[in-house]
Design a protein around this ligand. Structure first.
Ligand SMILES: [Mg+2]
Length: 229
């Protein structure tokens, strides 16, 4: 096995739990709309806004991979359909984004990243719109790669290719760690990376997804033990 030259990390549900964060951020956005643009809030509750976003993602595959563009466009569309100015979209999105970046790290996240960053360059590869600077982890990461920048989301090869390019490593030298069997593990392995599946709940590998070679850990602490061995 060739030497590990760099590590790349998924963010959501790998370094913190996502579910609560999104619920709180969507609530913060809804509260904001209720206060400043009540007609939009009235017509689009959180579920209706999510429905509009899904519809838009189907209609506009060109932006479907870019959660920031998609959420802004959704707000524009919602505003327009209520006869309000589309310009409300950007400030409203920033209300969402602020709450979106207020994450509660897993207790092990910071100490493990700190240790690993001493030995390898770390990269962040997220399909979402979390920002490692804003969540307070910026100092551990050398690069952060987004689907907007790569032109496609994981499991597409584009993000892994860009990661290798930015880190200056061959695919075989990059080890990717993430919680999602398809976007993280399968995507990475298909591009020639090595992958570690962070499987906190010890769930079986999903049926129908090709078995690809990977290692598995239940926590970041276990990851550290495996890599520093
Ligand atoms: Mg994830």
């Amino acid at each position: 096995m060739s030497r590990i030259a760099a590590l790349s990390f998924d963010l959501d549900d790998t370094l913190w739990e996502l579910g609560q964060v999104i619920r709180r951020a969507e609530q913060a956005l809804h509260d904001y709309l209720q206060r400043y643009h009540p007609a939009v809030a009235e017509r689009y509750d959180i579920e209706a806004m999510a429905e509009l976003r899904r519809k838009l993602a189907d209609e506009r595959p060109g932006i479907a991979h870019d959660m920031t563009a998609l959420r802004i466009e959704t707000l524009r569309r919602a505003a327009k359909s209520c006869g309000e100015s589309e310009e409300l979209a950007l400030p409203a999105f920033h209300v969402f984004l602020k709450a979106r970046n207020r994450v509660r790290l897993f207790p092990e996240t910071r100490p493990v990243l700190e240790r690993l960053a001493l030995r390898w360059p770390l990269l962040a590869l997220t399909n979402g719109n979390a920002d490692i600077q804003r969540v307070g982890l910026g100092s551990y990461f050398r690069h952060a790669i987004s689907p907007a920048e790569a032109g496609a989301a994981k499991p597409d090869a584009a993000m892994f290719a860009l990661a290798c390019e930015q880190a200056g490593v061959e695919p075989a030298g990059l080890m990717h760690i993430g919680d999602d069997p398809l976007t993280d593990v399968t995507g990475a392995v298909r591009f020639g990376l090595r992958a570690i599946w962070l499987n906190r709940d010890d769930t079986p590998w999903p049926e129908g997804l090709p078995q690809v070679p990977h290692q598995q850990v239940r926590s970041l602490t276990e990851l550290q033990a495996l890599l520093m061995d």
